[in-house]
Design a protein around this ligand. Sequence first.
Ligand code: FES
Length: 92
Amino acid sequence: LDGTDYLVEPGTNLLEFIRSRDTFVPAICYNESMGPIQTCDTCTVEIDGKIERACGTTIDRPMTVNTTTDQVQASQKEALDRILEKHMLYCT
Ligand code: FES
């Protein structure tokens, strides 16, 4: 995760693990009690070079995860912009 190696229990949710490392990744539609809903895309991170949702990823193999690359930040911003664009219709 962001250049640091960790041993993680297989089956751990990636977003939960990232949060446990005090690393911030936005996650608007994720709720611990409900699990991954996977509708907002604000939690995207880079997993083995591909942009994917952290909330919908289970750690079940060795993986390289980056949360701070330009591509990750652009993806998160795009997702938030999509939400705000629609939100503007209903909220002044
Ligand atoms: S938190 Fe919304 S898709 Fe992951």
